[in-house]
Write a protein that binds this ligand. Structure first.
Ligand SMILES: [Ca+2]
Length: 329
């Protein structure tokens, strides 16, 4: 009988370059009372050439309210279901800050829930968003002070051969810009980092996704180099999650600021997501990945997950939620 090992996370190296303090989330999320989100959702016309307009609440009276958190769906007409939806931020008159954390729009692919980008300020006008489905969700958020007119969006259908993604109309923190993240990595080794890591403050209310597909028949090894995320014992606020291939069950959920061990994924493909909530940011993270031979491992997945284990007992928190693997060597 071969020796059976129960291993979830394999400690190979620990390389954190930045270990920030992390920030402690207050109880609950304070956004103030919800503003009236009465403006209707919008749908394009039946012709592929017909374009529809969408205005953020308060546009016609010349200013949006404080403490708004509204969500709308933009849809292509029923006759346009084989096409993609494109949105142009035709006019933007909103406050600007580096992470678009004060007053902003987020546009999601409504079919998958994936975030396309976050927009604020005035210079992000003319940004173009091509959503790889027929529906987008637009979330409009404002904080407790300062106001402006808002945003006017035009949207229509384009051929599904178009490349999905965001073309940013603005690039200046001072006058507004796009915040977008994620990507598709195919090299045998590579690097993932959160946005604004250099400034030690990631944006709030983000969802970033990277896919790694190496087509190598080997196992991926992910090693964190920097880790400084908002701390919570269950990682419910800001976290990095690591998935095997196309699985929807995370192998690991990471937050806080303690270096993690390297994470071996029993696959040559993985998905890494970075989720942040509405308040309190910390420095961010970076990790690199490479490949390790898989030939000597015969792998069985013993159970789906989940052991929640505290890696240390100090003030630094790092939490793992992981799959328990059984393998023979
Ligand atoms: Ca946070």
């Amino acid at each position: 009988m071969p020796q059976t090992l129960h291993i979830a996370l394999t400690l190979l190296s620990s390389l954190c370059l930045i270990q920030g303090k992390g920030s402690q989330h207050p109880d609950g999320i304070l956004l103030g009372k919800m503003a009236n989100c009465g403006d209707p959702d919008a749908t394009t016309g039946s012709s592929q050439y017909s374009r529809a307009l969408f205005y953020t609440p308060g546009w016609y009276r010349g200013q949006y309210s404080n403490n708004v958190n509204c969500s709308y769906t933009l849809k292509l007409h029923n006759t346009q279901q084989n096409r993609y939806l494109r949105i142009k931020l035709q006019t933007m008159q909103m406050r600007a800050d580096r992470g678009c954390n004060n007053d902003y729009l987020i546009i999601y692919d409504a079919m998958t829930g994936k975030m396309m980008g976050k927009f604020c300020g005035s210079s992000s006008r003319n940004s173009l968003i091509t959503v790889p489905s027929t529906q987008a969700r637009v979330v409009f958020v404002t904080d407790q002070s300062g106001t402006n007119r808002g945003a006017k969006l035009k949207f229509w259908s384009v051929a599904s051969t178009q490349q999905p993604g965001v073309f940013c109309g603005g690039s200046s923190y001072g006058s507004g810009h796009c915040v977008k993240c994620g990507g598709a990595l195919t090299a045998a080794s590579g690097y993932i980092r959160s946005i604004y890591l250099d400034q030690h403050e990631y944006p709030n209310n983000m969802f970033c996704e990277w896919t790694i597909s190496t087509n190598s028949q080997q196992f991926l090894r992910l090693t964190f180099e920097d880790l400084d995320l908002e701390t919570n014992e269950r990682c419910v606020y800001d976290h990095v999650q690591i998935y095997q291939s196309t699985s929807n069950i995370p192998l690991a959920t990471v937050c806080g600021n303690t270096c993690t061990p390297a994470i071996i994924i029993p696959s040559d493909a993985a998905r890494v997501t970075f989720t942040t909530d509405l308040t309190l940011a910390a420095g961010g993270f970076s990790l690199n990945y490479d490949l390790v031979p898989s030939s000597k491992f015969l792998l069985y997945i013993e159970s789906q997950y989940s052991i929640i284990d505290r890696a240390d007992n100090s003030e630094n928190n790092i939490l793992y939620k992981y799959t328990r693997f059984t393998w023979t060597s």
